[in-house]
Design a protein. Sequence first.
Length: 319
Amino acid sequence: MNAADLRLIFAGTPDFAATHLQALLDAKLNVVAVYTQPDRPAGRGHKLTMSAVKQLAIQHGLPVYQPASLKSAEAQAELATLQPDLMVVVAYGLILPQGVLDTPQLGCINSHASLLPRWRGAAPIQRAIEAGDTDSGVTIMQMEAGLDTGPMLLKRATPISPTDTGGSLHDRLAALGATALPEAIQGLAQGTLSAEVQDDALACYAHKLTKADGLIDWQLPATSLVDRIRAFNPWPLCQARLQDKVIKLWAAELADDQPAGQPGEILAADRTGLTVACGSGALRLTRLQWPGGKPLAFADLYNARREHFAPGVLLENGQ
């Protein structure tokens, strides 16, 4: 059987998923329907907004289904009427009950942004950077009832560079997964893929990101804080309090050979950055956002607000 002969259902919601859907369309695969989460309020006006996947599906004239849940018999019966051979799931955001997993002839597969079993869960990209991992990747896996526990069909790896952020790694993994997914579907159609069972002992849980992740704690080592600042860019962004101002931290690097100071103390400020003492070591903040302003290189912010960054001033935890 050829991949083009399969009836595919695609289920996904954000940009990461839309990149994968576009790859299936570019490969001329037969996507018979798209599932995505219901429209959500977004922006300052809280206007109902379509997901990135829904917008793409509409552009290509694909039928779109947006159930609030797939747990009901009605939702599962509706899906079954589409007679899918395979369901492709990418960052959908809804749990697939066993009845859904069993509906397609070839089951359901998922493109997951981690070299499984390393990071299972909602935020594998950011948690990998936060943990100081040196590589990441995408795993195409056969889905089962457990959370990201299914057998692995195809992996593609990429190094995590010291300058990668949550945003840059997200974009690279989206492109990597979009390349791997049609290949995996072709392998499934032709029966050439062999599934590899995951080693549960190697798994970590990638907790969902919240705004609280951005609350910086200067008691942590400088190496950990630099990784957190990278991981949570562009969301939720680390932040710290400088006197009565909450500033957002967009980029940082380790600072070498700095004098000791109490955690959060400004040690130096110049056009190269703002050097701050941590629980161990120090970091240099190189890109900041002043309240009400845009993200700026510290050199630009320093020129305009030098009086706020005197050595000895304390940056407080971002609460």
